[in-house]
Design a protein around this ligand. Structure first.
Ligand code: OGA
Ligand code: NI
Length: 350
């Protein structure tokens, strides 16, 4: 099938073709404007570092409690106190905006193979019959380990794109390290219980830039279908002006509010596996907006494909038997389940 031109359809206000129309809701309802979430807490990451001026044991414990309750229900929170300056966050958003504003021919210089190749620029394509397409374009780049960067896929325009991304991803990686420790602490585990599986030298970080053009039928079409990330953790920089991200909590969708200086942190499947199901991989989706485009910049952290991950031993006991098998290369398990229309986590359950 030819590449459908979402951008052109968007500009002409055309009716989206059938393959974009969401026909059934496997999760929650389609209603594109549910209530704003009040279950998604704002967590101050700086309170997890004894060296920070605001630190006290009491403040840390309070934050750990919020973390535990958020991750065992919604699987996500908004991180502040992450030490990444507002101006850097704005520059990252700006670089993404400039890239997507390039003429189509420019962007297609960074193409991505339809099957297999995960990196590069592309809109959603059909891989299975039952699939409903996402109203979006994505640029995906592997970032860490540094020696796996495919620099020929990195935009040269804007010319500081690579520099910005490097600055940002390096800082996010530091933040993830702090969050892994805090997550372990919140479950009374040794500090490195999660980090040692998920965060070795060879652990992967992938960047994904999402662009959602306006859609005249935002009531029928999704920017991203309901899904759980395959990652360990995902760090998401939302658009400053246009909402769109929603999370499923207790079978109901809630909107994730925009906090311009916060980074939305959600868990992916591999963290649910490692925490033996105590912490949840967030089920989330993105709705389209009828008038305005939306951008987001997402960093996914996951172990390298050769590292085996599994539930942390101390989280397994008689009252809480082992829920998941140990697995390697969850990325491929995940994509195979996707092609078959299955939920990946279910396939690795004991
Ligand atoms: C994703 C995703 C959400 C967003 O890329 O996996 O869920 O707000 N993106 O763009
Ligand atoms: Ni996602």
């Amino acid at each position: 099938m030819a590449m459908t031109n979402v951008q052109e359809m968007s500009m002409n206000g055309e009716q989206p073709p059938a393959e974009y129309i969401v026909k059934e809701c496997r999760f929650g309802s389609m209603d594109s404007s549910p209530p704003l979430a009040d279950e998604i807490p704002i967590i101050d990451i700086s309170l997890f570092s004894p060296s920070s001026p605001q630190y006290s044991e009491q403040a840390e414990n309070h934050e750990l409690q919020k973390l535990r309750s958020a991750l065992s229900s919604a699987g996500c929170f908004q991180a502040i106190g992450h030490g990444i300056s507002d101006s850097l966050l704005d520059k990252v958003r700006e670089a993404a905006k400039q890239f997507f504003a390039l003429p189509v021919e420019e962007k297609e210089k960074y193409p991505r193979a339809v099957h297999g190749g995960a990196e590069g620029y592309r809109n959603d394509v059909v891989v299975s019959e039952k699939q409903v397409l996402d109203w979006s374009y994505r640029l995906t780049l592997r970032f860490f380990p540094g020696n796996q960067r495919r620099l020929h896929l990195w935009p040269q325009n804007p010319n500081d794109f690579g520099y910005m991304l490097h600055e940002y991803a390096t800082k996010v990686k530091l933040m993830i390290g702090i969050v892994f420790k805090a997550m372990a602490k919140s479950l009374n585990l040794e500090d490195n219980s999660f980090a040692k599986q998920l965060f070795g030298d060879q652990s992967l970080m992938q960047a994904r830039f999402n662009f959602y053009p306006p859609c005249s039928r935002s009531d029928l079409v999704l920017g991203v279908k309901p899904h759980m990330d395959r990652s360990g953790v995902t760090c998401l920089l939302q658009d400053k002006d246009v909402e769109g991200l929603q999370v499923l909590i207790d079978e109901k969708w809630v909107r994730v509010p925009i906090l311009p200086h916060a980074i939305v942190l959600n868990l992916g499947d591999q963290m649910q596996i490692m925490s033996n199901g105590i912490y949840k991989s967030a089920m989330h989706r993105v709705v389209t907006n009828a008038e305005r485009m939306r951008l987001s910049v997402v960093l996914f952290n996951e172990p390298d494909p050769e590292t085996e991950i599994g539930p942390v031993e101390d989280l397994i006991d008689e009252t809480r038997p082992r829920l998941y098998k140990s697995v390697m290369n969850y990325a491929s398990i995940n994509s195979e389940s996707y092609y078959r229309g299955e939920i990946a986590l279910e396939t690795v359950r004991i």
